[in-house]
Design a protein around this ligand. Structure first.
Ligand SMILES: C[S@@+](CC[C@H](N)C(=O)[O-])C[C@H]1O[C@@H](n2cnc3c(N)ncnc32)[C@H](O)[C@@H]1O
Length: 206
């Protein structure tokens, strides 16, 4: 957590309790140590989908599909949301949650390397949510912006990487530092960093 525990708790307590499916997923993720964005960043994702009117969304790194459900619900009926994960088992589990959450009709599941799935899915996207292994972040920056519509969003989790961006001592930390630096410097993007939870980097395509 980047903010003080008291501020984290205050922000968390402002949020309404998650509905039964999301609450069950939060408990399950906690029990099994699956890193999900949680309700505070989930709500930020939903807000970004709604203000941008995003209907075509690609998620890079989806695990059991918790953030996918936030994106898919906010995008609404008839939207197209792409789920990706390396794990066949997680994808099968996610499908079950999507059915229970009533959003299975708008989600397409890809198992395997997320950026390969992204490259082989044609067309422009309104919003891409990036939650991959941190060493893939620079590749994301090289691949995604040219496929966003003007006004489209690239949103990345863990932009503060548990504060390790302050003293990057390993490859994932250095990758996040460089990703942040290049995102802020990119002429085709307008970027900001929201210090909620572990930091969310948001770039809009000019
Ligand atoms: C942090 S978790 C995703 C959590 C999810 N976004 C959420 O908040 O509910 C990251 C997931 O990305 C997957 N992943 C990591 N690198 C990947 C890659 N290169 N291609 C596809 N999936 C990848 C991992 O298997 C893991 O399940």
């Amino acid at each position: 957590m980047i903010l003080s525990p008291e501020i984290e708790r205050y922000i968390r307590e402002l949020h309404p309790t998650s509905d039964a499916v999301l609450a069950e997923m939060e408990a399950e993720a906690g029990r099994r140590g699956i890193p999900i964005v949680g309700p505070v960043v989930g709500r930020l994702l939903a807000l970004l989908v709604m203000v941008s009117g995003s209907r075509r969304i690609f998620e890079l790194g989806s695990a059991i599909g918790y953030s996918t459900i936030w994106l898919a619900r906010a995008a609404g009926a008839g939207a197209e949301v792409h789920y990706t994960d390396l794990s066949e088992a997680k994808a099968r589990e996610a499908q079950g949650w999507f059915e229970r959450a009533g959003v299975a009709d708008r989600i397409r599941i890809h198992v395997g390397e997320a950026l390969e799935a992204f490259r082989s899915t044609s067309g422009e996207f309104d919003l891409v949510f990036n939650d991959l292994d941190k060493e893939s972040y620079l590749q994301v920056l090289e691949t995604v912006p040219s496929r966003l519509r003007p006004g489209g969003l690239l949103v990345s989790d863990n932009a503060l990487w548990h504060e390790r961006v302050l003293a990057p001592a390993d490859a994932p930390s250095r990758a996040v530092v460089e990703f942040n630096r290049r995102s802020f410097g990119a002429e085709d993007l307008l970027t900001t960093l929201v210090p909620l939870r572990d930091g969310v980097l948001i770039s809009v395509k000019r």
